[in-house]
Design a protein around this ligand. Structure first.
Ligand SMILES: [Zn+2]
Length: 87
């Protein structure tokens, strides 16, 4: 990850622990994605609920790095909307 945006120079990690908020967003996105994947497994394969949830978690694992990246981007957008960095 770049320290600053190559286009506008925005510093991504403004302070230590800056991306802690992104973890909350990532948690919400992850739970939502697992729920959707588990519902798909449940509907398509007709597995029992617990097995479908486990299948949803397994299908979710390759998506985790992308979701982490998306959570950080959403966090930066939210942070810039509330407290813009003008330095
Ligand atoms: Zn930028």
């Amino acid at each position: 990850m770049y320290e600053r945006c190559p286009a506008c120079g925005l510093k991504f990690e403004r302070e230590d622990g800056y991306f802690l908020g992104a973890m909350y967003i990532g948690y919400g996105l992850g739970v939502g994605a697992i729920a959707v994947l588990a519902a798909l497994v449940w509907e398509v394969l007709k597995w029992p609920l617990l097995k479908s949830v486990f299948g949803g978690i397994v299908l979710f694992l390759p998506l985790a790095p992308v979701l982490t990246w998306m959570a950080r981007v959403l966090w930066i957008y939210m942070d810039q909307a509330i407290d813009p960095d003008r330095s």
